[in-house]
Design a protein around this ligand. Sequence first.
Ligand code: UDP
Ligand code: MG
Length: 312
Amino acid sequence: MKLISIIVPAYNEEENISPIYEKLVQELTAVPYRYEILFVNDGSRDGTLKEILKLAEQQNNVKYISFTRNFGKEAAILAGLKRVKGDAAILMDSDMQHPPTLISELLLGFEEGFHQVVAKRTRTGDPKVRTFLSSLYYKVINSITDVDLADGEGDFRLMSRKAIDSLLLLSENNRFSKGLFSWIGLSKKTICYENVLREGGDSKWSFGSLLNYGIDGIISFNTKPLRICFYTGFIVLFLSLVYIAYTLYGISQRGIIAPGYFTTITAILVLGGIQLISLGVIGEYIGRIYNETKRRPNFLVDISNVDEYDES
Ligand code: UDP
Ligand code: MG
């Protein structure tokens, strides 16, 4: 019988661990697979780890990895994928926003031979501004990066062993999972589900962290922002040449009449702004190079009851 691994990252989710476990078991006993549930405690400061340890003591298909501190969800997903042994893995949040009832449908896609089965959510119940900004963001990111990202497709997905192994070949530190999932290619099936609001605790996303995540997505996948700076420079140079020619013509006809304060300050501010943005873009790339060259691990494990997955 095939083994299905469920990976559940958890950061300050003490009230959600037990309910999600119950729901998962309910779904997983109804399908003809063996299963393991791997909780990744991402440095929680509440009783999350205690809850997980309690479960692991009672149930031997509950596995866990606990980080030394909070390393972020991307790191938790990576740790999970490195250590699961299943023929397929399902990634899901611990806050019930990824309905466990969809597991059977995800497995159906797996049976049909798809390497990735993605659960795509609608945006019902999300704040209007966030919905609007997200759809705008996906338009922008899809037009400037090479990978194809879809609004509403997140980490909730099933990945075959081949997809997991392919993803693990990507060793970068700066991990923008959504993009990496798309980058590896392989056959994909999408199923849709109605958006669910969080059951307990709070979302870990603030507006600032979402904005940073957005920039990560754009910068992680290619160097087009650098190209955009380059083009902007050209356009500004061209416009200024036209303006210089026009001004010179004016001077030759009427002599110098403009006091020049407005034009000077405009030129300084516009050019200064463009230069600062360009520097920022270059800086982002250099920062990433700096981070990658340090070759630090993505996470450190404090305690765990699973070893690193070994293909042999
Ligand atoms: N999470 C994590 N580490 C973090 C932040 C979040 O492991 O630093 C987990 C969190 O416990 C949850 C999932 O990632 O299981 C999604 O987080 P959240 O619900 O805050 O995100 P949202 O659903 O709002 O996108
Ligand atoms: Mg959530």
